[in-house]
Design a protein around this ligand. Structure first.
Ligand code: UDP
Length: 237
């Protein structure tokens, strides 16, 4: 049987829980358990975690003191902070983990080398890709899509607070319907917001399926990857 390999993208914001800022230990623990349920099933796992709970480049540059590129580097560094926290949490549930950063910081973690990352995954280690793409003007969604393609992942899972893509805003309309499957072109044309256009276009060019799911439904990620049950979530492909 072919080994399954997936890239799971968590937003930084999710880590903050209700407070909207910083890192909530209970959420780290929860994510670690979700990742463990994939690992025990033999799935090879890459993770990208955003930095929105600490700094986003666009917001940081809004006051006019910090330029956009500096703000973006600050944002990338915030993903490193989250990655280190997540590494600890995942190690505590008994898994081996490596963090690889797109920006060299050898006292803290490995530098991103795709061949090395793949070797880690083949040895059963979870790899967390930190510091985005290493370039300003990108998002961690794009970084996650890029890493998923580089590691020849079967899919990218965008783990969010919502179940998936709806035909209209589910907060405003009680009759909003979840869309089970949609094309990359439809996702781009409708500006679905679950991923930015750069990430969707990159996935489209490389035929990488994007699964959008609710990360706060326990067992959901394993259900998608291990059981191949995509009910209750959306796939862009
Ligand atoms: N960022 C960047 N280049 C990248 C990835 C991220 O400059 O390749 C910066 C950007 O400023 C972004 C911040 O890092 O706002 C945090 O990432 P993101 O906003 O994607 O985090 P999330 O929304 O997933 O929490």
């Amino acid at each position: 049987m072919k080994e399954k390999r997936v890239l799971v993208k968590f937003s930084g914001e999710a880590l903050a829980g209700g407070s909207g800022f910083g890192i909530e230990p209970e959420i780290l623990k929860y994510i670690a358990e979700e990742i463990k349920s994939l690992a025990v099933a033999g799935v090879q796992i890459g993770i990208v975690i955003g930095g929105g709970n600490i700094i986003r480049g666009v917001s940081a540059s809004q006051g006019g003191i910090i330029g956009r590129t500096s703000g973006d580097y600050m944002g990338m560094l915030s993903t490193v902070i989250n990655s280190i926290a997540l590494r600890e949490a995942i190690e505590r549930v008994g898994l081996n983990v490596r963090v690889q950063s797109a920006i060299k910081m050898e006292a803290i973690c490995e530098t991103f080398i795709i061949g090395r990352a793949i070797r880690h995954m083949q040895k059963g280690r979870v790899v967390i890709f930190a510091a985005g793409t290493g370039n300003p003007f990108f998002t961690t969604d794009t970084a996650a899509t890029l890493r998923a393609i580089e590691m020849e992942s079967d899919m990218i899972i965008k783990a969010t607070k919502v179940n998936g893509v709806y035909d209209k805003d589910p907060v405003k309309f009680s009759d909003a319907q979840l869309i089970g499957e949609l094309s990359y072109d439809k996702a781009l044309a409708d500006d679905i917001k679950v991923m930015d256009d750069t990430a969707i276009a990159l996935a489209k060019d490389n035929k990488l399926p994007i699964v959008v799911c609710n990360m706060f439904e326990p067992g959901n990620i394993a259900k998608i990857v291990v059981d191949e049950d995509l009910s209750g979530c959306s796939v862009v492909k």
